[in-house]
Ligand binder design. Sequence first.
Ligand SMILES: NC(=O)c1ccc[n+]([C@@H]2O[C@H](COP(=O)([O-])OP(=O)(O)OC[C@H]3O[C@@H](n4cnc5c(N)ncnc54)[C@H](OP(=O)(O)O)[C@@H]3O)[C@@H](O)[C@H]2O)c1
Length: 260
Amino acid sequence: MPNRLTVITGASAGVGRALATVFAQNGHDLLLVARSEDKLAQAAGELESRYGISCEYLAADLTDPDAPALVHDAATLGGRDVDVLVNNAGVLHEGAFTCVDLDRHLSLVSLNITATTSLAHLFLTTMLKQGRGRIVNLGSTSGFLPVPALATYAASKAYLLSFSEALWMETRGTGVSVTAACPGFTETEMISTHEGGSLRLPLVPNLSVEEVAAQTYEATMAGRPVLIIGAANRLTVGIFRHLPLPVRRIVLRQIARIGF
Ligand SMILES: NC(=O)c1ccc[n+]([C@@H]2O[C@H](COP(=O)([O-])OP(=O)(O)OC[C@H]3O[C@@H](n4cnc5c(N)ncnc54)[C@H](OP(=O)(O)O)[C@@H]3O)[C@@H](O)[C@H]2O)c1
């Protein structure tokens, strides 16, 4: 019996690399995708020797419009089934909207929204034919609220949250499910600051990649629609959503002004 195949984007670092470990620990064969071929090769070698799984990799820039189809072709080579798609690759650019180059905003949209949507369309079509499968999209707690200084990032995650939940509803009873996994700030390169620290919210501890990966795995395999990772993050999202809108806007502006 071949192992189950899981495709993970953004698997060369951070949350994606930790997810690769958790899926390998659970006996999934892997196809890892990111731009850094050297890091992918190293991860694949380590995962194969430590967990006895088969681990392929594909170096691709997912902002290239042809890349999602290449990933799908590699995953379904020889007509094999795909069990899980982890849509994890994403970027964040912090700063007032006009202080960040337009090119960087558009590249964020292209990766966080366009590539994720293309991959979901390709793999969901295949999984529906198979009659089984799991897709998880890495959202964020910022997807629940507009966030000044993270305007395009938070908007991209709001899109993913709405998109994932709609697909979860569409796919009920098909054997396929779509999950939005929403961590708060997590200690990776993505949120490191020029001063050597990390972005963070007042009073909310940053998450580790290990806890994000473990909880994302459980929620994905259980077919849950939405997961907010971390008790403090669930509380913060809950409180913010129940604040009167004018108060919410004042607090969010204050947090963005002080800096995360
Ligand atoms: N860290 C946080 O605080 C946090 C919080 C909530 C949600 N998230 C979400 O979690 C996911 C992973 O974030 P992370 O913190 O692990 O980020 P990260 O450490 O910066 O890693 C990002 C990954 O995406 C890959 N990537 C970036 N641009 C790419 C492109 N154009 N094409 C293909 N791959 C690309 C990177 O590899 P290469 O550079 O090799 O391509 C890397 O493997 C993202 O969707 C992020 O929005 C993160």
